[in-house]
Ligand binder design. Structure first.
Ligand SMILES: C[S@@+](CC[C@H](N)C(=O)[O-])C[C@H]1O[C@@H](n2cnc3c(N)ncnc32)[C@H](O)[C@@H]1O
Length: 222
């Protein structure tokens, strides 16, 4: 996914400027666009009131959050199960569920208020591939083909809490910004100790957004 189109256009709503998705973003989401648009509408109408997004986030809701979440999608497995740890308002878990309806997606979130929000979103978007669990990742006993996380913890902590829930051949996919390389270097020892393969950093340029980095840490098949 490498694009260099300008960011989505903005229009004035009664109280704030809400970003409108560009044609490139519509193309990126394809048949999932209607669901993504409804998700954005819910975030605009209720997200701020329910304490899920700050007012300053709304003008860049698509590029900074929804489209940024989609950056992880090219690295997901061909089939199987995904756990999104610390989904919060639904990033990247809800976006993954929309773009990959063939994958079973578990949203693991510890805060009750956010869990209630995720349940409302899954119901409204009719996402029957989503399971929502109120838990800390450390309490989960299942294993997954992929574990995703965005803005939850640094890579060292993420590896510690997600290594036990990675299947053989499965991978952690952490959405990171400019600190990806520094965090990968700092996490080297923990990655080795958990018997995982060295981190790979994928660079992704999303429509209307600057460079995003996806750090992949895989559990070897044997
Ligand atoms: C800063 S928010 C980021 C939310 C979302 N991933 C995003 O990118 O907008 C971090 C979220 O992770 C959750 N969280 C933190 N540690 C967790 C853990 N060990 N297990 C599950 N959820 C956790 C918090 O409750 C919070 O909702």
């Amino acid at each position: 996914m490498s694009h260099d189109a300008p960011a989505g256009r903005s229009r004035e709503s009664s109280s704030m400027s809400v970003e409108q998705p560009s044609d490139e973003v519509r193309e990126l989401f394809g048949v999932a666009f209607a669901g993504a648009e409804r998700f954005a509408e819910m975030l605009v109408s209720e997200g701020e009131l329910r304490g899920l997004v700050g007012p300053r986030e709304l003008p860049r809701l698509w590029s900074r959050h929804i489209v940024n979440s989609a950056a992880v999608v090219p690295f997901l497995p061909a089939r199987g199960t995904v756990a999104d740890v610390g989904s919060g308002a639904g990033f990247p878990g809800i976006v993954i569920a929309l773009l990959r309806p063939d994958l079973e997606v578990s949203l693991i979130e510890t805060m009750e208020r956010r869990v209630a929000w995720l349940q409302d979103v899954a119901l409204e978007l009719d996402l029957d591939n989503v399971t929502i669990r109120r838990a800390r990742a450390e309490e989960v006993r299942d294993r997954f083909d992929a574990v995703t996380a965005r803005a939850v913890a640094n890579l060292t902590k993420l590896v510690r809490i997600t290594a036990p829930i990675l299947r053989r051949g499965g991978c952690l996919l952490a959405l990171k910004g400019a600190k990806a390389e520094v965090e990968a270097e700092a996490a080297k020892y923990v990655i080795k100790k958990a018997k995982l393969d060295p981190a790979i950093i994928h660079e992704v340029v999303t429509p209307g957004e600057e460079l995003t980095k996806v750090v992949e840490v895989r559990r070897p098949k044997r």
